[in-house]
Design a protein around this ligand. Structure first.
Ligand code: SF4
Length: 402
């Protein structure tokens, strides 16, 4: 039933969400919407030196956008106007769904800061994928075009720079950059020196943001005028432990009216150097929960942050920080350890088996077959998170039936 009380506050909304759990979020959302004809929209932040203002929450498009057009409509209504997709998401279905939306609501295209990515790894392939993206999304231009998931800055060479300049001159892209979930700190630091990178999307969360290397890397990008988008901000999702810290944390956030997930978003937004958080929001409940967190202005306290860091430390063996330069060089033979750990996270923490299995299958069959025969003992000794790499590789090959 729709609540008629127009004094319903955002704080109360969050309190309800926190105490009653995610399943009960939709009722208060209706109440929030009913309080005014024009729903309140989320804040924006400048995106580096591009001159663009982007919504602090970005809609991650790794879901069936074609059959979830209402999600896209609602996102715009709430001011979530930064949309992120990739040529590879759903093998093109994500982009097609966005194209379907723009075909129906062409006037909305100019409201959206549209990002897509290419993982083609060649100039010819990137050119082809950009044209495919434009066609699928029924648009003449991409606002920000990323090279997808680099793990070393050497992948951003002079040919890439020349191609980006050409695509900009042709009006097909407005800005250019890369995304990274491996060796992020190094990629950011080196990317800041290039002078032709407009934006970067990187894995960044309460587990990673406090290290000296990450702070230095983020500072360098901000100084270079690069817009930064954080992804994987949930830090691998919930880790089910019975630690005292976890219990304390859960209790604290409930008291304040946050869910754990909302608190983790807030931890990232509290750094004004981050322009936006890209979040996979495949359903309305999650969209509205994230929107509520973006609207609510209560800051996390120093003690909250301290407890989150303690929790990160206590559960570190359950989270891969993507520092693949450390472990992958310890194995004789090709072993994409960071990728395998990420696919396991999609499966175990996001509950998205299809996405995980699809990702795992992008590893060449030859490499996949040899994965369990390699010796990971040196990699395990050097892993700063203390991950049982060999065991996890076994788990992945078993789960994804290879
Ligand atoms: S397995 Fe360990 S060393 Fe390898 S990327 Fe993950 S955290 Fe880093």
């Amino acid at each position: 039933m729709i609540q008629k009380d127009h004094k319903w506050s955002r704080r109360k909304f969050l309190k309800t969400a926190g105490i009653a759990g995610v399943g009960s979020l939709l009722a208060p959302v209706k109440q929030l919407c009913a309080a005014s004809d024009e729903p309140e929209t989320i804040p924006t932040r400048p995106f580096g030196k591009t001159g663009e203002q982007v919504s602090i929450l970005s809609l991650g498009g790794m879901f069936e956008t074609g059959s979830n057009q209402l999600m896209l409509r609602q996102a715009i209504n709430r001011g979530v106007t930064y949309w992120d997709t990739a040529n590879s998401y759903g093998r093109g279905r994500s982009e097609k769904g966005i194209g379907k939306y723009f075909a129906k609501y062409p006037q909305d295209r100019k409201k959206i800061f549209l990002v897509t990515k290419s993982g083609a790894w060649s100039i010819k392939g990137m050119k082809r994928e950009l044209n495919e993206s434009l066609e699928r999304m029924q648009t003449d231009y991409i606002d920000l075009f990323f090279v997808h998931g680099i793990s070393s800055i050497s992948e951003m060479d002079e040919d890439t720079k020349a191609w980006a300049e050409e695509a900009k001159a042709a009006g097909k892209i407005r800005f250019f950059g890369f995304s990274t979930h491996s060796n992020m700190e190094g990629c950011l630091l080196e990317g800041a020196k290039l002078g032709w990178i407009d934006g970067i999307m990187m894995t960044y969360n309460y587990r990673l943001m406090h290290s000296a290397d990450m702070r230095r890397a983020v500072d360098a990008c901000v100084k270079a005028g690069i817009g930064l988008t954080a992804m994987k901000t949930q830090g691998g999702g919930q880790v089910r432990t019975d630690s005292e810290t976890e219990l304390k944390l859960a209790g604290r956030f409930l008291e304040k009216g946050f869910t754990d997930a909302q608190a983790k978003l807030k931890a990232v937004w509290q750094n004004p150097q981050i322009s936006s958080i890209c979040s996979q929001m495949p359903n309305m409940t999650l969209l509205m929960s994230n929107v509520a967190a973006a609207l609510e202005k209560t800051q996390l306290s120093a003690r909250d942050s301290e407890l989150m860091q303690l929790y990160a430390k206590e559960t570190r063996a359950a989270y891969c920080t993507g520092c693949t330069a450390i472990c992958e060089s310890c194995v004789s033979g090709e072993a994409p350890i960071g990728d395998v750990m990420r696919y396991l996270m999609y499966c175990n923490s996001y509950d998205d088996y299809a996405l995980a299995a699809d990702g795992f299958k992008t590893i060449s069959p030859k490499v996949r077959k040899r994965l369990t025969r390699l010796d990971y003992s040196k990699a395990e000794r050097n892993c700063p998170q203390g991950l049982p790499i060999a065991k996890l590789i076994q788990e992945a090959t078993r789960k994804f039936r290879i």
